[in-house]
Design a binder for this molecule. Sequence first.
Ligand SMILES: *Cc1c(COP(=O)(O)O)cnc(C)c1O
Ligand code: SF4
Length: 458
Amino acid sequence: MHELSLNEAKRVGRKMKVHQGPRIADLPQLAEHSELQRDIRVVSSVLPFKINDYVIDELIDWSRVPDDPIFRLTFPHRDMLTERDFDSVASAIDAGAPAKDVNAAVDEVRWRLNPHPSGQLEKNVPKQNGEALNGLQHKYRETVLYFPAQGQTCHSYCGYCFRWAQFVGIKELKQQSKDIETLLSYLQGAPTVTDVLVTGGDPLIMKTAKLANILDSLVEAKLPNLQSIRLGTKALSFWPYRFLTDPDADDLLRLFERTVDAGMHVALMAHFSHPRELETAAVEEAIRRVRSTGVVIRTQAPLVRHVNDDGAVWAEMWDKQVRLGCVPYYMFVERDTGSKQYFELPLVQALRVYSEAIEKCSGLARTARGPSMSASPGKVVVDGESVVAGERVLNLRFLQARNPHWVGRPFYAAYDPRATWLDGLRPAFGEKRFFFEEDAVDDWRQLERDDDLSRFVG
Ligand SMILES: *Cc1c(COP(=O)(O)O)cnc(C)c1O
Ligand code: SF4
């Protein structure tokens, strides 16, 4: 690791250099790991990888490769593919097959990797005059997600990203919006919305001028109910120079300041996977600068094997975040897509990691909720396990739900040491279905309509 001092970085005007696709196998740092190079070449033909020189030089400890957690987070590993998928792509590459045959093998494997998790597209894209609004998602009553077209990539990629399909350009799966007007016009007719979450990819990959168009337009629209703008980003961990030395870094901070001054709550939903990402001089200074604008940094990450599957790691991360003035927010369960089998953990193990972490932390770090699954009916947290009426059960609860009346209501699943997701759990007490599966109202829009109707009738 060679950490650049801030003064050095400012002096040289640090520019981001990225390494992408199978060519990452040729990085000089990997020259001593020839056994890894072929694996990297094969896996990165199927799944998207992109790593910048800050991650390579300042976050990865090359003396600990391949087990270094940031290396595991950002570099390909053979086990990210099943043996059969790995071999089918490897044999095409090894045989020096023509590009079209390699691509055919690659495409076949990609489609087996579940590129659309949780029925996202069909159910969550809102409509206006019968037409789907591409680039928006409105699953929970208060919050609209906005995917600006220019923000659909990241400064580096996480191996576990559930957006991998759009990074490899499976076109039908791209969800993005080219104009802010669609968002504004939708919000004008959506009085329940208090929060807009700008997401991607990573919206901070955009130039400040582009981001300013979004934030300034939201402010100028004077939407009476809009109170918060959130930006989902991993820039603080993957490229803190975005806030320090990029040519428009100061403009970004001024944009944050004026959005806060206009009365918005602005939250950076910062993705941190490991305490290592909080240790460099660059990230500490970036956090300090962001906070000085009045923007609140809330932190979240999925719990993944090989990277952060240890309570002590989360405790250290949350404590460090609190010390730096960030607010721990969510610990997610890894989603059902891509190289899930490589990163996933059983829910009961996720619960153990969460519990071990939370008991070690100060109360100020216990704002972190989890382990939470972003499942089709809502965000479901595993609260614990208990024995009820002689049966061993998992205690579950909605943190967010399509039907807001479900939020907070405890429910129980039969204890299952292997289940990794909600759809792998069965209801406890011999019941056939979970309570929410029996509710005829499974969307907040229905509640709004029912309320309208009762107002009309009354
Ligand atoms: C997580 C999430 C949100 C935000 O939920 P909060 O609990 O308010 O952070 C909004 N929309 C979708 C689709 C989400 O997955
Ligand atoms: S930063 Fe977020 S969107 Fe980008 S690769 Fe990582 S998980 Fe995916």
